[in-house]
Write a protein that binds this ligand. Structure first.
Ligand SMILES: *Cc1c(COP(=O)(O)O)cnc(C)c1O
Length: 464
């Protein structure tokens, strides 16, 4: 492909004319912008809207079409807080005995943090910055934080002591020396190595004490006068083989027994993260069975977990604008061609929200949000093999190397991506001068989420 097909710019006035009619045709403006709906629970945050996320995806597109302001066509997220709430209900139904400590690194979104705080969750923080982010919300006691990074700068340990964050993980002896100096009152949790070979992101090459080293570490902690209170593990992020929890809990049991032998009193089992939406129920079942098997007597033991992606993955969708297209001039390519014949360039990419492709081993699946000024894409619309690229000048910036998209898709049309909540926004950069995509928030149809947040804003925690 060597020629650039220059297309006429899409004119917003096309939107009003284009057939076929659909209930949400561009010409029509949904009644979302009534001022009283922008009531602000948290004045410093963007407004919290009502209405289905799809409605807000469409509204964003309509607004862009109606505006000639700079950046009007910017990509944007729609976050559905009710989806986060739904995941919490699922958690409570399947793992009622395990308190989630949300892994902040996955998506430190201010509304997500507040909603989870309101629902009584704790937080897994890995840095001073994350600890401040959680404590600055207000109303969250530092005992609801686990500093779950086994390798911390000594200044971070000192700061945790100052902030009252006592619970922290370790997996090596040097960490114990640091903690003995900087936070001798800490409640330590030994992070053990477990099998993470079935996960998208393996963490065991970096963290986790092999069981054989645990007695030595526990003895060292004792010698330094440090309290070790429990065991943690992480089966790897994005775990597709839920059966690995069985082996992990068995190892944790062994570590508990080592704790008793070393004269520590273990009261905490932390089963980490890794929970994948698609296999959550199976994982929960393996985990519960393993806990029943290896911890039949759980009196005096608190069980926590550190779910990240489980809570947020499905809650965020991204709308991107096609800013450029490269297609052969003249004859339309054969529809059956397996090689991508058309390249689309969108305004977010792997240096932005799609960094999850590089860092989190994800694949992106676009769908058409709007085409030719309409939200309606006929089912029999002819497709062709295409590729989708981000906006930067780097060729690594490929969002989707091959996918089927309508032949009629042009510059100015919009592509949507679902499941964009985990490990996306938080790791996005502004490489090449591109802005981060903004977030539009909605509680969807649920008044419950709004009332949970309202109670939290007023100082109450609702334990659902
Ligand atoms: C990243 C991480 C998590 C969250 O993992 P998910 O797969 O998103 O659930 C939990 N605990 C620790 C220590 C982590 O590093």
């Amino acid at each position: 492909m060597s020629q650039v097909h220059v297309l006429p710019p899409t004119n917003p006035s096309h939107f009003a004319q284009s057939p076929p009619p659909s209930p949400l045709q561009f010409a029509q403006r949904p009644p979302w912008s009534a001022p009283d709906e922008h009531e602000s629970l948290f004045p410093a945050l963007p407004p919290l809207l009502h209405g289905h996320p799809d409605l807000h995806l469409r509204n964003g597109i309509l607004n862009a079409a109606a505006s000639d302001a700079e950046g009007a066509e910017s990509a944007f997220f729609v976050a559905d807080l009710t989806q986060v709430y739904r995941q919490h209900l699922r958690w409570r139904a399947c793992l009622p005995q395990i308190q989630p400590f949300y892994a902040v690194k996955c998506n430190p979104d201010p509304y997500v943090l507040r909603l989870l705080a309101a629902l009584g969750a704790g937080f897994d923080c890995a840095s001073n910055g994350e600890i401040s982010q959680v404590l600055d919300i207000g109303g969250i006691h530092p005992s609801r934080i686990i500093f779950a990074n086994p390798c911390k700068a000594v200044s971070f340990v000192r700061n945790a002591a100052k902030m009252g964050v006592d619970m922290m993980t370790f997996d090596n002896a040097d960490e114990l020396y640091k903690i003995a100096r900087a936070h001798p009152r800490a409640q330590l949790v030994v992070r053990i190595l477990t099998d993470d070979s079935k996960s998208l992101c393996q963490l065991g090459i970096k963290f986790g004490a092999p069981l054989a080293t645990v007695p030595g570490l526990l003895a060292k902690a004792k010698e330094l006068g440090l309290a070790v209170v429990g065991v943690s593990f992480h089966v790897g992020s994005g775990c597709y083989d839920p059966s690995v929890y069985t082996d992990a809990v068995m190892r944790a049991r062994t570590a508990f027994d080592m704790g008793a032998d070393a004269g520590h009193r273990f009261t905490l089992l932390d089963v980490g993260g890794g929970f994948e939406d698609a296999v959550f129920e199976q994982a929960a079942s393996f985990l519960s069975d393993a806990i029943d098997t290896y911890f039949p007597d759980r009196s005096g033991i608190k069980i926590i977990a550190e779910p990240g992606r489980f809570y947020v993955s499905k809650a965020f969708s991204l709308a991107t604008n096609i800013i450029a297209r490269r297609a052969p001039l003249g004859e339309t390519p054969a529809a059956s061609s397996e090689e991508p014949s058309v390249m689309y360039y969108i305004n977010d990419g792997v240096y932005g929200a799609f960094n999850c492709i590089l860092f989190d081993h994800q694949t992106a699946h676009p769908h058409v949000l709007s085409m030719g000024g309409s939200f309606h894409v006929p089912a029999d619309e002819p497709l062709h093999t295409s590729s989708v690229w981000g906006p930067t000048c780097d060729s690594i910036d490929c969002v989707c190397p091959t996918t089927q998209l309508p032949r009629a898709l042009r510059v100015g049309d919009w592509l949507g991506f679902d499941n964009m909540g985990a490990y996306t926004i938080c790791a996005a950069s502004q490489f090449n001068g591109f802005q981060l995509s903004k977030v539009v928030y909605t509680t969807s149809g649920s008044s419950e989420v709004r009332s949970v947040l309202a109670k939290f804003a007023a100082g109450d925690v609702v334990d659902v």
